[in-house]
Unconditional design. Structure first.
Length: 186
């Protein structure tokens, strides 16, 4: 269930994700100071606006984002900056809104990923890699240990600036907030 964000949180979310997207496109990293500022101000604003229930909602959003993204970091499928950025986003929007934002970001990431793979001529290799990832996971092994292409830190991996995708997903989420207003999407 989505909840209408107050304008101050909408503006803060836009500032954080646009800055992160620009940094990720330009430098291929998301600065720690930005993720920390997003997280701390998200917790503080929600607490100031809603008291302890706001702090709880903010903490749940942060926790859900971390719970989903941290395993991807451990498998080297995602960078640490992406995990910290999504945790900050979760602290700003709360768990219900974060889940909608996450789905939006995942769909955009999938579309951009397919375009990137088509551009690089890597569709067949990617399907093979997906099978390999499944094989390694079924045998309780980290896929990146057996193939450099499956390690986001490797130069052989096809990488995409996920911070920019998070920014676009967040901006689409905010546009939905304006378009649908207080009506719930679910």
């Amino acid at each position: 269930m989505t909840v209408q964000l107050p304008p101050v949180l909408q503006v803060w979310l836009a500032i954080v994700v646009i800055t992160a997207g620009i940094y990720d496109l330009r430098f291929r990293r998301i600065p720690n100071w930005l993720a920390l500022a997003g997280l701390v101000v998200g917790l503080a604003m929600n607490t100031l606006l809603y008291g302890l229930p706001g702090l709880q909602t903010s903490g749940l959003g942060l926790g859900l984002a971390f719970l989903i993204y941290f395993p991807l970091y451990l498998l080297r499928a995602m960078g640490a900056g992406d995990v910290k950025l999504m945790a900050a986003v979760g602290s700003i929007v709360g768990p219900g809104n974060w889940f909608v934002l996450f789905i939006t970001t995942a769909i955009l990431g999938g579309l951009f990923g397919v375009i990137l793979l088509l551009f690089k001529g890597r569709i067949a290799k990617t399907f093979w890699n997906m099978g390999w990832i499944l094989h390694e996971m079924l045998h309780m092994r980290a896929p990146y240990k057996s193939s450099d292409e499956l390690d986001v830190r490797s130069d052989r991996a096809v990488r995409m600036p996920h911070g920019a995708v998070i920014a676009l997903g967040s901006l689409l989420f905010l546009a939905g907030q304006v378009f649908w207003g207080k009506k719930s999407l679910f």
